[in-house]
Write a protein that binds this ligand. Structure first.
Ligand SMILES: [Zn+2]
Length: 143
């Protein structure tokens, strides 16, 4: 099965150690994710690609217990839907990333724990490709 990223320019793929693709302002140094053409802080257009750290800490999270509105949500709906965790992972010195989490188990998720970027299957498209997206998992979790 061919794996294709859910969107171009979100993360490096294929890669043994994928990284999220953000941007950094050449004027004030702020880091954004996703990448932006102009700086949200100083409005400079001197934005350069910036690959983000693969590890961070869990800042806040919740559980998505029902399918989000579609579009933009393009994952499984109806009975095929499985609840998943969503949250913010703070990458040190970079940015807080809004992300899917690999678990929605409160016993595994505590603010401040180490989190690691992973690429996970998301859905199968009409051509039979496996669409993959990014998520963060607790860094101590077995793969
Ligand atoms: Zn700026």
């Amino acid at each position: 099965m061919t794996q294709v990223p859910v969107a171009d320019g979100i993360f490096t793929w294929p890669s043994a150690e994928p990284q999220l693709i953000g941007s950094q302002c050449g004027e004030c140094g702020i880091v954004t994710f996703p990448s932006q053409d102009s700086c949200p802080r100083c409005a400079s257009t001197a934005m350069a690609e910036h690959l983000l750290a693969r590890r961070g800490t869990l800042w806040a999270w919740t559980t998505q217990d029902f399918p989000p509105p579609s579009p933009p949500y393009a994952g499984a709906g109806g009975k095929a839907f499985e609840p998943f965790g969503v949250g913010y992972v703070e990458l040190p010195g970079e940015v807080k990333v809004e992300t899917r989490l690999t678990t929605a188990d409160p016993n595994e998720l505590t603010p401040g724990i180490d989190m690691e970027l992973v690429i996970v299957p998301f859905r199968t498209d009409d051509e039979g490709n496996e669409v993959v997206t990014f998520a963060f998992r607790p860094a101590g979790e077995a793969s």
